[in-house]
Design a protein around this ligand. Structure first.
Ligand code: MLT
Length: 402
């Protein structure tokens, strides 16, 4: 069960002199969709009943296409953060006729009483929204460090923990989650990405790693083989600095040990500005050709579409948070020679320009005993671009250490 989708028609008096749905009316359509959702759920008076008013504190709207009188817009809503007194909703509006994304928006609310003091989000509202967030199939929602994370857990056996890259989500591992039977496969969405909460602030490589450690606690898992791609690799290094004893094998994919250069740091800030101004879609436009090999883009449009959607669905707060976290991460070069007792496999796409094979080779050489696999026909996302080859390499590696 998910939150109801709400259809609303655009009236002529909501449009500007050029016939487009105007911005002020757009805001009120988003608002009407929220009230209608409450009407179908806990009731429109759910807030007044408990003496709380949801005051809108912040709105970020990404307008993607024009809407015209008579268009029917379908509003999809999701709760992306639920705190004690505040909550964040993400809403998208698509034209029903052709499924065009017209706009997506994030609304941050704080519940206040009549004197304007923050008060708790009414439990009835929280319960309704949370109940509709549970229904994610194989996916559990686990609360760690005050944030709800979506975590897919499959199978039984020695545990494999998958950590995705930026700005992606756990579904980038879907081939390996499907194929690696005989292992307990665990793939969380990092905070700010996929179906996990996306708080406005508080992102760092350390908190991502701490979230993973807390997840293992909640799931009662002692040790894992850690399999991490790109930003996931940065998080894996941090995890190893703090929770080394919980890792019994390491698979590093398309990642690097070095910190950002001053130039890359500036590029992170520029990308954050792009995300704030142009939304996640603007990031997708820039990232897609860098993530996938030319061959994947041409021969495998389904994968390209899936990756684009993954990026486009990432909340702006999560993108901006991840960029800051990567920008401020420490270098991990000095860690590599200390990993000699840890079975390690380094995988890289042959055509990866973001973390090129030479860099992966140097990293593998710096880790005593590590092996390197260069995957032909892949760039930055081998698990999606060459799933069978990557799964085969992983299977060989994990079978050998179990
Ligand atoms: C990733 O795939 O996680 C990113 O490309 C990493 C980065 O930007 O450094």
């Amino acid at each position: 069960m998910s939150l109801p989708e709400i259809d609303l028609v655009v009236y002529p008096d909501e449009c500007d002199a050029f016939g487009h749905l105007n911005q002020a009316s757009f805001l009120s359509l988003f608002e009407r969709a929220r009230w209608e959702m409450l009407h179908r759920g806990p009731g429109m008076d759910v807030f007044t009943r408990s003496g709380a008013w949801p005051a809108l504190r912040k709105t970020v709207i990404d307008y993607r296409a024009a809407a015209f009188p008579g268009d029917v817009l379908r509003f999809h809503q999701a709760l992306t953060h639920h705190g004690r007194t505040s909550f964040t909703m993400r809403q998208t509006a698509r034209r029903v006729r052709d499924d065009t994304l017209i706009a997506s928006a994030e609304f941050v609310f704080v519940c206040i009483d009549r004197e304007g003091r923050p008060v708790a989000v009414p439990p009835e509202f929280g319960t309704y929204m949370q109940a509709r967030r549970q229904s994610l199939g194989n996916v559990q929602r686990l609360m760690v460090h005050g944030v709800n994370l979506a975590v897919e857990v499959r199978g039984e056996g020695p545990a494999l923990l998958f950590v995705h890259g930026y700005p992606l989500d756990r579904t980038m591992w879907h081939n390996q989650m499907e194929a690696l039977e005989g292992y307990q496969r665990i793939a969380p969405d990092l905070r700010g990405m996929g179906q996990s909460d996306a708080p406005d602030l508080g992102y760092s490589i350390n908190i991502y790693a701490a979230d993973l450690a807390a997840l293992l606690e909640v799931l009662n898992i002692e040790q894992v083989v850690l399999c991490a791609l790109s930003m996931g690799g940065y998080i894996a290094f941090e995890f190893l600095r703090h929770w080394r004893s919980r890792v019994r094998g390491l698979i590093l994919m398309d990642t690097r040990a070095e910190a950002d250069t001053p130039e890359t740091r500036r590029a992170r800030d520029a990308a954050a500005a792009t995300a704030r101004e142009g939304g996640a879609e603007a990031i997708a436009d820039v990232m897609l050709p860098k993530l996938l090999a030319q061959g994947t883009l041409v021969d495998n449009p389904g994968t390209a579409t899936r990756v684009r959607q993954m990026i486009a669905n990432t909340p702006v707060a999560g993108i901006v948070g991840a960029l800051a976290a990567m920008r401020d991460r420490p270098g991990s070069e000095s860690l590599l020679p200390t990993l000699g007792d840890l079975p390690t496999l380094v995988i890289v796409g042959e055509a990866d320009s973001l973390t090129p094979p030479d860099q992966a080779r140097a990293m593998a050489q710096a880790i005593p005993g590590a092996t390197l696999a260069v995957i032909a026909g892949a760039a930055h996302l081998p698990p999606l671009e060459q799933p069978e080859e990557v799964t085969r390499r992983m299977q060989e590696f994990i079978d050998a250490i179990n």
